[in-house]
Design a protein around this ligand. Sequence first.
Ligand code: PEP
Ligand code: MG
Length: 757
Amino acid sequence: MLNSLRSIVQEVNSARDLTSALRIIVSSVKSAMRTQVCSVYLVDQAGDYVLMATDGLNTDAVGKVRLHPGEGLVGRVVVREEPINLEHAEAHPSYQYFPETGEERYRSFLGVPIIHHRKVLGVLVVQQIEQRRFDEGDESFLVTMSAQLAGVIAHAEATGGIKDIGQKAVQARFLGSPGSSGVAIGEAVVIAPEADLRSVPFKPYVDLEAEIAFFQRCLMAVREDIKALGAKLKDRLNREERALFDAYLSMLDDASLGGEVTERIRKGANASYAWSEVILEHEATFNSMDDAYLRERATDLRDLGRRVLAYLLESNKKGRVYPERAILVGEELTATMLGEIPPEKLVGLVSVEGSSNSHVAILARAMGIPTVMGVVDLPYLQLDGRPLIVDGYRGSVYCDPDELVVKHYKAIAVEDLALVKGLEALKDLPCETTDNYRLTLWVNTGLMADVVRSLERGAEGVGLYRTEIPFLMRDRFPSEEEQRIIYREQLAAFAPNPVTIRTLDIGGDKALPYFPIEEANPFLGWRGIRVTLDHPEIFLAQVRAMIKASEGLDNLRILLPMITSVPELDASKALITRVFNELIEEGYKVLMPPVGVMIEVPAAVYQTRELAARSGFLSVGSNDLTQYLLAVDRNNARVADLYQAFHPAVLRALQHIVTEAHAEGVSVSICGELAGDPSAAILLMAMGFDVLSMSAANLPKVKSVIRGISLSLAKALLAEVIVMADADQIRERIEQFLGDADVTRLIRPVVSDDFEE
Ligand code: PEP
Ligand code: MG
């Protein structure tokens, strides 16, 4: 059973569209269960469950038979959200007869719901003429099948709207999580991982003959490579092995793969897309063969496929001209990918994987680029060159938007511009409430561009400088002197205001290309201070560079990430003190910088007192703290809606940290993304945080909200929400508060959006 399950799911996964996926499902489930009918019903826009595919019933009934939830046996499966297994279906009170299906002949019925993200997408049904008791094994098989297929069906349904390349485009909307607020209207530029046959974007070509000639040139280049490789290995291979090279060469011929691909190019696909399609199809055929020797040939084919693809993509990249308003789209965007497009052309970002707490989203916010993360159903490979709209406020992406939608988003963009202009006036005004409470706002930095932006927006200091960003942009660790220069720039730009430099925080979703960390659970693994304490040479060089850079400026504060215990803090401080003493001995005129601890794991929350007693300051990393308190991977799109910044447990932990730190007489800031959310900033101020540190893009908004309210009202709001039991209720109450204070526009557009429904 397991084998048939696996092979059915695999086959369905490779189906090109929903119709063929459903066809594969009904015929293979029918044969695997040795039954006479298998059908799939799917919910339509109106909420009815419609027969979409069948093997066994009259196919004319497809699209015609429809049931409301609760109606008939299928409708009953929907409302009960569990299987119904009947030996005598017609004896059941819910049994309903549809003459067009020819169904009266079937006695036994087993129907299981197809559920995706708690929604019943459809029902998978098997039936039998003779009375048959589908046993427990049958039922579990169908339930397993349905659970596996739910995601595939949801994906195929979501992508269905834009599958038909070359035909008239139809607007399609995809949902993800808001990554960075704002809207972008532009053209998709799809970034695919290097030479991955499964992620080659479709892109229409301009000139058929030129595309074919380009393909032939790439084939020729690979032929030459293979010949050269064969010649090099000539003496080390036997005759049979040498024959493999000839086999490779002949596969590239026009009579073989070359010809097939050319044929597809003629039908409209670009060379790299056509090539990958042909290779993947042949690979699947080889893979399904029983003969082990033939299955092995799939590996050769894949190898050949990658070789040719590398040429096809490389040549594509060289000549690539980016549109004026480029929206970068990729399966898993990374910080380095952002550098692929000239900054003046990059207007938006869309990532299929990840969530609003992924580091690439944080970077996007710092750069002020509207971003949507975790758009899991986005058929991103089909999007290159197509018009897109990124709604970073709500986390949606429109492909081929219609005029009405474009008009709507243009209006929001105009409003956004006016908002930014209006906020510029706040630059030199203090961040002060209406009852004269002064709150300190600092910025988070990492990119050099952040410095200029932060100074323009009136930042009073740096609460978090993420040093991993300059580390990410290189192909080796930066030397001590290279680091000193970078840190000096930061410190000098903000002097005499304080600059908090965090020691290297890699691991989790931040991997250095030259120092890979492969782990099953990277967020629970070798991260932050754990890595640098294990590699004192990296830590010592970094701290030396920081302290040297502070000479004469004396505005450095050092921050330690991911501290989970007092010994980790003590060990880090010992290394920092050692560096300081050595530098003094070497004659540097430097001061010992305050050393602070990031409170970002629950263990640190419960040791706030002890950690505060041993450090100069504390800074809460609410991004990680939320993920660890709620046990929700900050990078996982599937659980993104469980990552609730206003979860009562998070708010209470934050309040606890402030109270404990203050009891120890130590100041406490917060540098997670929560600090830059104007609606959260009100609560954080009321809790007593001494400093809020955020991306420069958010600073004016937070300042504006704080200047519009009083501390006493903020405290009253906090007292009200901190005892609430549910995050949604808390968010609603805060929204209402912002509405009353007339500052809703600072968190989202207020233009009406009736066009969607
Ligand atoms: C945090 O975890 O809140 C934080 C500021 O650090 P980072 O987002 O870089 O992990
Ligand atoms: Mg963190």
